[in-house]
Design a protein around this ligand. Structure first.
Ligand code: PLP
Length: 394
């Protein structure tokens, strides 16, 4: 092994982000303070319960949900984004005769695509809403969907708030406004938007929203589904009364506190974090574009999350590129971590109608909140060198 190999630069924050040391410190204290089962009736159990409920309420408030009164919104803790997406689609689609279906955008994460496929096998009609080449949902197709007779309209639409691959922000609030008058529920997977751009559940007007703490420097192992107060949700797990029987199983006070702490830190530092990430992402993008003029940046015509850069280097093959970059000390990916490792082309980029050679060589760099200018400029040098080497060998 080369002992002088330079340290790896981590540009795969859309897969997961490193835990913020301040969150770790808060969790370390919580593991010690709340060792009892929060469902136990004794004093230590009640203390753990109180800590969880305080974290839940703080999270709902920070996410722009309602915390008080009869109309309080509910936050159901899950193991992460995948489980929350499963709970949303399965739990919001109440059995109806005849079954009204589910519409998802063609951009969705594999956890939504996979659940939709499962529901299709159970006889639920599924349709995919088209997207434009700029990476945004094609809103023009929606009026025809909502003008159909009620029994032919979907019961639920699932549209992500920000794409994990391109970072492109989706018109979720507009869809929710149109859907409300058409008796259609809207779920949004906000996993890649929270902790990157301001998000208000109340302003989005959706029925339910998926979250995951590990995408904004919180712990892996906790996420949630925020559900509007009056919306019915069917449980998908049974045999316990925790979380109103909607997601039974022992909850972790330490994970809930880590989740809360990570979101509080984002709230306190968000202007500075967003500015830094956007400035460094734009610097990386412009350096790569000027040094590698045949590169193609995907999604740059519209609003994107500040830290994501999806870029293609045709005609290089993206798997070979990611492996060569790994050897050069750059950790990045070909797209969703749940699909990477497979050689399947990105359904998101295909749905955008991009040329095959652009799709075939697209990779994703995603910055964290604590990225630095020297690190990003060193990353740009390594990427340029690696791409040029591969281009010469091609
Ligand atoms: C948009 C989106 N939704 C859902 C998930 C799944 O979240 P988790 O890894 O917490 O299960 C991810 C993770 O990559 C994601 O990017």
């Amino acid at each position: 092994m080369n002992q002088h190999a330079a340290a790896t630069i981590y540009l795969d924050n859309n897969a997961t982000t490193p835990l913020d040391p301040r969150v770790l410190a808060a969790m370390n204290r919580a593991w010690q303070d709340y060792g009892a089962n929060p469902a136990s009736q004794h004093a230590p159990g009640r203390r753990a319960r109180r800590a969880i409920e305080e974290a839940r309420e703080a999270l709902i408030a920070m996410l722009g949900g309602r915390t008080t009164g009869m109309a309080a919104d509910r936050l159901i803790f899950t193991s992460g984004g995948t489980e929350a997406n499963h709970l949303a689609l399965n739990g919001l689609l109440s059995p109806q005769q005849p079954a009204r279906g589910l519409a998802i955008s063609a951009l969705e994460h594999p956890s939504i695509q996979g659940t939709a496929e499962y529901l299709r096998q159970q006889g639920i009609p599924i349709e995919r809403l088209p997207v434009r080449t700029n990476g945004m949902l094609d809103l023009a197709t929606l009026p025809a969907l909502f003008d159909r007779p009620l029994e032919q309209r979907p019961q639920l639409i699932s549209l992500m708030l920000a794409s994990n691959e391109t970072g492109v922000l989706q018109p979720v609030a507009e869809v929710a406004t149109l859907a409300r008058t058409a008796d259609v529920l809207v779920h949004t997977d906000a996993v890649q938007a929270i902790g990157k751009v301001p998000v208000s559940f109340g302003e989005l007007g959706v029925a339910a929203m998926t979250l995951a703490a590990h995408k904004f420097h919180g712990p892996i192992g906790i996420g949630g589904l925020l559900v509007r107060h009056e919306v019915q949700l069917q449980p998908q797990m049974f045999g316990g009364f925790q979380q109103g029987s909607l997601r039974p199983g022992t909850e972790s006070a330490a994970l809930a506190i880590g989740f809360q702490c990570a979101l509080e830190l984002w709230q306190q530092e968000r202007t500075e974090r967003a500015q830094r990430m956007q400035q460094l992402r734009d610097q990386l993008q412009s350096t790569l574009q000027s040094e590698l003029p045949t590169s193609v940046v995907i999604g740059q015509e519209v609003l994107r999350t500040p830290h994501t850069l999806c870029i293609s280097f045709p005609p290089l093959e993206r798997q070979a590129l990611v492996m060569a970059l790994d050897l050069a000390g750059i950790a990045c990916s070909t797209g969703s971590a749940c699909a990477s490792g497979s050689s399947e082309t990105s359904p998101t980029l295909v749905a955008m109608g991009l040329p095959a050679e652009v799709v075939g060589s697209a990779i994703r760099f995603s910055l964290g909140a604590f990225a630095t200018a020297p690190e990003v400029s060193e990353a740009a040098n390594r990427i340029i060198k690696t791409v040029k080497q591969l281009q010469r060998a091609n």
